[in-house]
Design a protein. Structure first.
Length: 245
């Protein structure tokens, strides 16, 4: 399966940061992976201009579930498509925890992404206390079942397993823990989507960097990565991309 490597810039990036996308083009021209950069909304259309005719796509970090209306400050998936985005991250733990987004909201946003003809990267992951209680597989399964709407396919959806305790902390699960959760996600996807569930890409996210990416990519059912901090600098992000082959 072609790996998908997505960078989430979070609330970082000014016009000057577009130079990182320009540099990334020079560093990743020959990769076989699908590469996505998700800058803040304000940079999306300018970022799109930079990646024409390259293997890099531009994504967004969130969207509203509705197409339009009286939702001050929100951005719809249709607007993102209009700006040239191809992917949208939905259900990131920072949205789930800081903005109270539950599985129902995430499923509605994912459906909106599909409706707009874009690809959803749906995030799931357990907290530290849920892992300590031995509930990681159960929590991730429940989130996944609740967050994937009817109409999800391998072409319009990727899943990102992001243990909350590994995001931005430098902590990474063992390869065995990653393998166990990714296998459980694969089984659930096959149950829910049939044969298509075999080819939905399952990304790992949480403190991925160039030095640990190779071993993470060697784990069964790891089909790419969602990268936060290490996606901000082209050289760091390119190191992860080259580890994916
Ligand atoms: C993320 O925010 O999706 C993420 C994985 O962050 P980091 O790589 O910085 O842990």
């Amino acid at each position: 399966m072609k790996k998908l490597i997505a960078g989430n810039w979070k609330m970082n990036g000014l016009a000057s940061s577009l130079a990182e996308i320009v540099a990334l083009k020079g560093l990743t021209g020959s990769t076989a992976c699908d590469i996505v950069v998700c800058p803040p909304f304000t940079l999306i259309d300018r970022a799109v201009d930079q990646v024409e005719e390259t293997n890099i796509s531009i994504g967004a970090q969130d969207c509203h579930a509705k197409v339009s209306g009286a939702y001050t400050g929100d951005v719809s998936a249709e607007m993102l498509a209009d700006a040239g985005a191809r992917y949208v991250i939905v259900g990131h733990s920072e949205r789930r925890l800081d903005h109270g987004e539950d599985d129902e909201i995430v499923a509605a946003k994912t459906a909106a992404v599909h409706q707009a003809g874009l690809i959803a990267i749906v995030c799931v992951g357990e907290t530290q206390s849920e892992r300590n209680e031995g509930r990681a597989i159960e929590v991730v399964g429940e989130q996944l079942r609740g967050s994937i709407p009817a109409g999800a396919t391998a072409s319009n959806t990727a899943i990102a397993y992001e243990p909350v305790w590994a995001i931005g902390t430098g902590l990474v699960p063992t390869l065995e823990q990653i393998a166990e959760v990714h296998l459980s996600i694969r089984r659930l996807l096959v149950d829910a989507l049939g044969a298509d569930g075999r080819t939905v890409r399952i990304l790992y996210g949480g403190s991925v960097k160039a030095s640990n990416a190779g071993e993470i990519f060697s784990v069964a059912n790891v089909d790419g990565a969602l990268v936060g901090g290490a996606s901000l600098k082209a050289t760091d992000f390119a190191g992860i991309i080259s580890a994916a082959g």
